[in-house]
Design a protein around this ligand. Structure first.
Ligand SMILES: NC(=O)c1ccc[n+]([C@@H]2O[C@H](COP(=O)([O-])OP(=O)(O)OC[C@H]3O[C@@H](n4cnc5c(N)ncnc54)[C@H](O)[C@@H]3O)[C@@H](O)[C@H]2O)c1
Length: 436
């Protein structure tokens, strides 16, 4: 089979590489010439474990190619996936569909009347977008022979390849039998390993993605509020999470209390869902509250650091360990570091930070930070250290060495990486989340 993946970002590149690993002939198209030139040179523009090897292997096998325009692709493909960005629209919080609609216009100019192609939205798009994409294509190219499908992506950055190749489920929605057959053929390797496949209408599939992200964001926010209460009443949120998570009805995932969710999906998708719900007169008050609580939580984290430092950080060096929104990615989108670091700087702190892979991205967004060469370089002279991202290498800090390097032994662990008793026994003043 042959497909085109429009967009060579996190989702497009990973999905394209994984489909090619399934044996499909894939061309990833992206108008970003620098990105495509780098891919042609064998340079992967994002950090994602295993992606480098997977891309190299499939390019060499002749199943994965890159282009800057659809016009350079084979005119007869089975499916075109739209995997372009859907960021928050400036000013009103709705999903910005500019890239999706541009992709629809590009597709309209490409489709031929004598060859059936499935147009698949893989981007996370508000309910009704698939219909609008269909309308745009039909209007621009009335003779185009195509069917629409929605196939939201549930991969997680940092474990994206495993998530794509062995997903909990695949969801796709379409109102076209012919399109459904193509989708089933594309996902045949996953049928063979008995992956649950949920086939729905276009709208239901679009809704399922938002419902999944809103639910997960709600679960995180719930445990974060429980953590705050634990601090007041002398309970331990990690034990509470274990105690409730072992209940099969609740499940133990997404019950790690922390500084609030970030990343490229939850913040924008919860907001977009709230906007859609309001626009159709069916407000989602739970999700609205989650959005509000999470935003305030992220903003409040700097104050925790300032309090741990004794209430005043003017002129103090602060070591920030980890800036990516989560480990195993260099993605900085809506990372809590973007709230915490500027607030600390505003309070007069001198921030010196280290992240194993995200410093290049972070430096574009966070001015006036001293980027350190490793953990201990960041700790040198610091009056307080803050763990913002739970990279594995921050799980085994040599605290004797840290103490000798720091101006004061103060650790704020916003990811609950360490055992409080053990760290305090090493002579550190230690603050974490939800553990009195
Ligand atoms: N990142 C994730 O973990 C994740 C997970 C699931 C779903 N999603 C969703 O997938 C979509 C893509 O997210 P992403 O993180 O990959 O975004 P991204 O910003 O990393 O990549 C988007 C790419 O699309 C390209 N593009 C823009 N217009 C184009 C066009 N007309 N034709 C071809 N390419 C075009 C851009 O140049 C960019 O390289 C979003 O809707 C997102 O919500 C993301």
């Amino acid at each position: 089979m042959k497909i085109v993946m429009l967009g060579a970002g996190y989702v497009g590149l990973v999905s394209g590489a994984c489909f090619s690993e399934f044996g499909v002939d894939v061309t990833c198209v992206d108008p970003d010439e620098t990105k495509i030139a780098r891919l042609h040179d064998g340079i992967i523009p994002i950090f994602e474990p295993g992606l480098d090897e997977l891309v190299t292997k499939n390019v060499q096998a002749g199943r994965l190619a890159f282009a800057t325009s659809l016009s350079k692709c084979d005119p007869e493909v089975d499916a075109i996936f739209i995997a372009v960005g859907t960021p928050t629209r400036r000013g009103d919080g709705h999903a910005d569909l500019t890239y999706v609609y541009q992709a629809a216009k590009d597709i309209a100019a490409y489709l031929k009347p004598d060859h059936f192609t499935v147009i698949v939205t893989k981007s996370t798009v508000p309910i009704g977008t698939g219909r609008e994409v269909e309308r745009i294509i039909r209007e621009a190219n009335p003779k185009a022979n195509f069917g629409m499908a929605s196939n939201p992506e549930f991969l997680r950055e940092g474990s994206a390849i495993g998530d794509f190749m062995r997903p909990d489920r695949v969801v796709f929605g379409t109102n076209s039998e012919q399109a459904a057959e193509v989708m089933k053929a594309l996902y045949r390797p996953l049928y063979l390993i008995e992956t649950p496949i949920v086939q729905t209408s276009l709208e239901t599939s679009e809704m399922t993605k938002y419902a999944a992200n809103a639910f997960l964001a709600t679960k995180i926010t719930f445990i974060n509020e429980i953590a705050d209460l634990c601090e007041k009443v002398g309970a331990n949120v990690q034990d509470v999470a274990k105690g409730i998570g072992l209940d099969g009805r609740i499940g133990k995932k997404f019950l790690h209390a922390g500084p609030g969710y970030g990343g490229s999906c939850f913040p924008k998708d919860t907001l977009a869902l709230v906007k859609t719900a309001n626009a159709v007169g069916s407000p989602m008050r739970i999700v609205e509250t989650v959005v509000d609580i999470n935003a305030r939580r992220k903003q409040s984290m700097a104050q925790r650091v300032i309090d741990a430092a004794g209430g005043n950080v003017k002129g103090m060096k602060i070591a920030v360990l980890g800036v990516a929104f989560k480990p195993n990615t260099d993605d900085m989108r809506d990372s809590v570091a973007l709230d915490v670091i500027p607030a600390l700087q505003k309070a007069g702190a001198v921030v010196q930070a280290f992240d194993p892979v995200a410093m290049g991205e972070a430096a574009k967004l966070l001015p006036d930070v001293t980027w350190s060469k490793d953990t201990y370089d960041a700790l040198s002279g610091a009056g307080v250290a803050v763990i913002l991202t739970e990279w594995n290498e921050f799980r085994a800090i040599d605290f004797d060495r840290a103490k000798s390097l720091m101006a004061a032994p103060v650790l704020v662990d916003l990811r609950n990486v360490y055992n409080p008793d053990e760290i305090r026994a090493q002579g550190f003043s230690y603050t974490s989340i939800g553990r009195a």
